[in-house]
Design a protein around this ligand. Structure first.
Ligand SMILES: Nc1ncnc2c1ncn2[C@@H]1O[C@H](COP(=O)(O)OP(=O)(O)O)[C@@H](O)[C@H]1O
Ligand SMILES: [Mg+2]
Length: 324
């Protein structure tokens, strides 16, 4: 059985040790060729979902298919269709960098000669060719990341799953990796990216699923998701400053900034007319009015209550930059 969906997950339930409910009945589909962003705070269930997709973890209920093949019944088939870039480095320390790729290819039943050719091409592409005979432990953090990606591609999988591929990576490498992921996607690979960096998903992904505490809380084409959940921001500049927000303005979620001269709120059904009425009632004069689109981050905060951005990772980014 095959179908157009690269990935389809239906009513998936997963308990850890029959006690902790990590995935509470999740369902979604990812189409072939899509750049899908699976977003969620730490501990939401992203890696658990990936482990199930790649056969590394079992589950309690539901069906999980990769190009129509059941991940439990057709494990070998589905595993071949996926290239996995795990969250943590998990290389065999006794192999050289080139051998790491060749062994991985062997695991998928690819002839040794083909493996060697592909390994060299990939190492070249990732700027690791000169290091091919080295021990991976001598690579910088950024190089290890690139090696993880090269290894995931050795069997030419149709789907690439990236589990937080730029966590702790410095900005320059992050931008290079993004470009690389875009190219892979443009050449037809389906990409399943998990991240807690909103900006990463905002820049790369066409479709977004948000997981929070083991539940899918939103799933949509990116711009529709933002529009439907967060709508727009309205910014009202006043001629005279307002000392404090009235009860009514607070109720509409209005915030006051810039010396009391700027009101800001999120447009939703009924909010804008209500705020305008209140502004009028307070006898305030409007100098300027601005409307801007909400961002994915606004939406993420609304859905999960988490504010997450690159800033929280600055220290680890600096460490990675030092290494490189
Ligand atoms: N092997 C495990 N045993 C028990 N609980 C686990 C295990 N792995 C993950 N969990 C728990 O399951 C939840 C989801 O974890 P995970 O899928 O790793 O989240 P994410 O990748 O979104 O950060 C977390 O509460 C985590 O503590
Ligand atoms: Mg994870």
């Amino acid at each position: 059985m095959t179908d157009n969906n690269a990935i389809s997950i239906h009513n998936l339930v997963k308990y850890y040790r029959n006690r902790f409910l990590a995935l509470k009945n999740i369902s979604f589909e990812v189409n072939e060729g899509e750049f899908f962003g699976f977003l969620g705070p730490n501990g939401a269930g992203k890696t658990t979902t990936i482990n199930i997709l790649t056969g590394l973890a079992n589950f309690n209920e539901g069906t999980v298919r990769v190009f129509g093949h059941d991940v439990m019944k057709d494990y070998r088939e589905t595993r071949k269709l996926i290239g996995l870039v795990p969250q943590e480095f998990n290389f065999d320390p006794y192999l050289s960098i080139e051998q790491i790729l060749i062994y991985e290819g062997g695991y998928f039943g690819i002839p040794r000669k083909t493996c060697r050719d592909r390994a060299r091409a990939l190492l070249n592409e990732f700027g690791l060719y000169e290091k091919r005979n080295q021990d991976y432990r001598r690579l910088s953090g950024g190089m290890k990341r690139r090696l993880l990606i090269a290894r995931a591609l050795i069997h030419e999988p149709k789907i690439l799953i990236l589990d937080e591929p730029t966590a702790g990576v410095d900005l320059e490498l992050r931008h290079r990796l993004w470009q690389f992921f875009r190219d892979l996607n443009a050449r037809g690979r389906t990409i399943f990216l998990t991240t807690h960096y909103i900006e990463e998903a905002e820049r790369l992904c066409s479709t977004i699923g948000v997981i929070h505490r083991g539940q899918i809380v939103a799933f949509n084409e990116k711009n529709r998701l933002i529009r439907e959940i967060s709508g727009h921001w309205v910014v009202v500049e006043l001629r005279q400053p307002l000392k404090a927000l009235s009860e009514e303005l607070t109720r509409f979620g209005v915030t006051l900034g810039r010396e009391g001269k700027v009101l800001r709120f999120q447009e939703q059904a009924g909010v804008t007319p209500g705020v305008m009425k209140e502004i009028h009632r307070l006898g305030l004069e409007i100098a300027r009015l601005d409307v801007r689109k909400a961002t994915l981050e606004d939406t993420f905060i609304k859905l999960t209550g988490f504010k997450d951005s690159f800033e929280g990772d600055l220290d680890s980014m600096r460490m990675a930059a030092d290494e490189e």
